[in-house]
Structure formats: structure tokens, C-alpha cells
Design a protein. Structure first.
Length: 421
């Protein structure tokens, strides 16, 4: 019998559509389709896309104006030497490294971290040693992914001709991939592992000991570790997250850290990211990107140089995220298994049991919030892939991005609670 709280559920098909996972289709395209037959019940407000809406740093316009002539030149694929030095210096200031990365051999500019994360899987497979190829044998090479995962990880694995193997992220283990599941047999056929800390969307920060064990396991089996650290500067406690390069020793062997200015500096439209780590990988990656990847215009790199040299705007933005989570603590405490995350700017809410019908709990909740409150949110299942048993680990969850200003957040979260009550 239909639930009176969800009158539109009975009108939809009795079977859910196939779940292709985020590597195959954008979660936001799927969300648009999910809500297409509904009108927002109140003025629309999006908490769906992880696009920071904080004010950009005040120096951006002046720096662009000072370097407009750079738009008249093709930028070098490796990036300006000044940008690579700025990124290397930032890594050395931000993290307790055995040594600073070599700006010439161990740092690259990226057209946003997404393209780097996507292409990284292709390069990892190209660089397999003869010994590693022998261990893989006639088996399909694998790329290891957290589940939920950022869509670029899975898309890169597919483009590299590798099987994606989803790692279990037990909630009682802090939503960190279960390292005990990394068996020698699995690691022997794997070419790379993607990992994020703080995680998207759960906000978990991996402890140093965990990262040390992860790197040791992967190195022992020649598995590249690709650390997505885009949320590294949004931490909600007292201490910043440990970076993967901090546990990689003086040679950074087998490890590459990816970051960008999108989250750190609230500049998602700049499309300026960077990576640093294993020199052999970075050298080969630079050659590949020279012929296959988008370049970053020089004026945008100069903005990046200025942003990496300034921490005041980063601290101000971090304080604003903390204030918004203070609101979430007050409004959502005791609901949806809410807990204040370690970092990042997402809410990962358990809406199981609140919705019924043909679709998942997360999908039903997203439709309900749009129809009642005009809130646009992402079903957690759209960020995950179903396992062999057909179960999607995000099906009962809803993701919200606290990227709006404080006043908008103060309005949105009570609407969320009302809409699912």
C-alpha cells in the first residue's frame, strides 16, 4: 500500500532503472532526469553540486589583468616554472615532508584535478614493469576504488582498459577502505588505487598510521597510489589532515598527490590544479599530457601562484564552513545518523526507512525534498556502484553540499528537516 507521505511513489514504474554507477553517467544528469516530472514546491535552492560559492579571493581580478598578454600564447603542458615552484613550495610548507618536491621533475600543473585523476589510470597501466605484467598474467588488470567514489576515478579505469574493483567502506570503520580486504592476489593484479582524504562524500580523514599501511601494502605489490586531496584545506577539527606525501619517504615512490584551487580557494571555474610525487610517473605523465591533455592558460596559472602564496583567504573560508556545520549540528543532530564530518563540505545523511516505493530511499528523499521544499540534493546511490549482489551501498543515503553562504544554509537545513518529516 502506498505511503501517504509519498503520494507520487505509486505512479512510477514498479522496477528501478539499471544502476550504471558514476563512472558511466554523471550523477547530476541522473538527478535532472529523476526530478524532471516535478516542480519545486518552494523557490529552488541547490545543495547538489560541490561547487564552492564563497567569495573568490580579492586579488584574482588584478592578477588576471596584469597577465592578460598570456592569453596570446599557447601555454606549456608542464606549466609555468613559477607555478611548479609555487606548488612545490606549498607542499613543503603545508606538509611535514622528508624533502620538498623537485619542481622540475615531481610537480605538474593540471587543468583541474579531474583531468589528472582521469588520465592517471592510463599512465599507471602504461608504466607496468615486466615483473608486474608477469604477475597479472592473463587476468584483467584492476584499478581499486572506494565506493562511493568520484566519477573520474572509474572513468579513468575504464579508459585504461582495467576492471574497477570497489573497496568496501564499512561505516563502523569510519568509511575508510578496509585494508584487510587488500589481499595479495588482488594487489598483484591491480595497477592503481584511488583514495581521498578528506573523503567525498563522507568527510573522513585518514589517520597517519592508516596511510602508512596503505602505502606499504601498495608498494609491496607495485600498485600506484593516487591520493585525491582536493578537500585537504577544509578540516573541521583542530589539526589539518595528513597528506599522502608525508608518509611516502624521501623519494615519493609509487605515490602521487592531486590537488586544486577549486575547493581550497573557492575557484572552481579557474580549472587550475596540480599534482606531485613519484618522479618516474610525473615525467611520463608530462610527456603524455603534452600530446593528449588540455593546457592551463598562463594568466590562470598566475592566479594560482598568488592563491598558493596566500593562506588568509583559505582560513577565512574554512571558518565559514565550520560555522555552517555548527548550524548542521544544531538542526540535524539526532536525525539521519548525522555526525559532524572530519573535513570537506558534504552532509552524508541516512534516509533509510523514510521513503518507500520503486526507487531507492535516497532517490525518494531527493524527489520529496524537491517537490515539497525546492531543495536539490543528490541520492547517495548515484555516487556508488552496485555490487555483484545488486546492493548499492549508497542507496539509503543523501548527499548535500554546504557550499552556499551562511544565511542560505540557515534557511536550507530547517527546510530539509521539514521536508523529510
Amino acid at each position: 500500500m502506498p505511503d501517504a507521505r509519498f503520494p507520487d511513489a505509486a505512479a512510477r514504474p514498479a522496477t528501478a532503472s539499471p544502476d550504471p554507477g558514476p563512472a558511466a553517467r554523471s550523477p547530476f544528469v541522473r538527478l535532472t532526469e529523476l526530478l524532471a516530472d516535478l516542480a519545486p514546491g518552494k523557490p529552488a535552492l541547490s545543495l547538489a553540486v560541490g561547487e564552492p560559492r564563497h567569495a573568490m579571493p580579492g586579488f584574482v581580478g588584478d592578477v588576471l589583468a596584469d597577465h592578460l598578454d598570456g592569453f596570446g600564447r599557447y601555454p606549456a603542458g608542464r606549466g609555468l616554472p613559477e607555478f611548479r615552484r609555487a606548488a612545490g613550495d606549498w607542499f613543503a610548507r603545508r606538509y611535514a615532508l622528508a624533502r620538498a618536491p623537485d619542481a622540475e621533475r615531481e610537480v605538474l600543473v593540471l587543468n583541474g584535478s579531474r583531468e589528472g585523476l582521469f588520465f592517471a589510470a592510463l599512465m599507471a597501466r602504461r608504466l607496468l614493469s615486466p615483473q608486474k605484467r608477469a604477475r597479472i598474467g592473463d587476468r584483467e588488470p584492476a584499478v581499486l576504488l572506494p565506493n562511493p567514489f568520484y566519477a573520474a576515478y572509474g572513468a579513468g579505469a575504464k579508459a585504461a582498459g582495467c576492471a574497477s574493483v570497489d573497496l568496501k567502506l564499512p561505516a563502523d570503520g569510519g568509511w575508510l577502505p578496509d585494508l584487510d580486504a587488500l589481499t595479495p592476489e588482488l594487489l598483484d593484479r591491480s595497477v592503481a588505487l584511488y583514495f581521498a582524504s578528506p573523503a567525498n562524500p563522507q568527510g573522513t580523514i585518514a589517520p597517519r598510521a592508516y596511510l602508512e599501511r596503505l602505502v606499504a601494502l601498495c608498494r609491496a605489490h607495485e600498485v600506484m597510489v593516487f591520493a585525491d586531496e582536493c578537500y585537504s584545506e577544509i578540516w573541521l577539527g583542530d589539526a589539518p589532515p595528513t597528506g599522502i606525501l608525508e608518509v611516502a619517504g624521501p623519494d615519493f615512490a609509487g605515490v602521487v598527490a592531486f590537488n586544486s584551487l577549486s575547493k581550497r580557494s573557492s575557484l572552481p571555474g579557474l580549472r587550475c590544479g596540480f599534482c606531485a610525487g613519484d618522479a618516474r610517473f610525473i615525467e611520463a605523465f608530462a610527456e603524455f599530457r603534452n600530446v593528449a591533455a588540455p593546457q592551463v592558460p598562463e594568466p590562470l596559472q598566475w592566479v594560482g601562484i598568488a592563491a598558493l602564496a596566500d593562506e588568509a583567504h583559505v582560513a577565512e573560508s574554512r571558518d565559514l564552513y565550520r560555522a555552517k556545520f555548527d548550524v548542521a549540528d544544531r538542526v540535524l543532530g539526532g536525525h539521519f545518523d548525522y555526525r559532524r564530518p572530519d573535513g570537506g563540505f558534504f552532509l552524508w545523511l541516512n534516509v533509510a526507512g523514510r521513503c518507500r516505493g520503486a526507487l531507492s530511499a535516497g532517490e525518494e528523499a531527493a524527489r520529496l525534498l524537491w517537490r515539497r521544499e525546492g531543495l536539490r540534493t543528490v541520492p547517495g546511490g548515484y555516487l556508488c556502484r552496485s555490487g555483484a549482489d545488486g546492493r548499492n551501498p549508497g542507496a539509503d543515503y543523501l548527499r548535500l553540499a554546504l557550499v552556499q553562504d551562511l544565511a542560505t544554509t540557515q534557511e536550507a537545513l530547517p527546510r530539509l528537516l521539514a521536508g523529510l518529516s
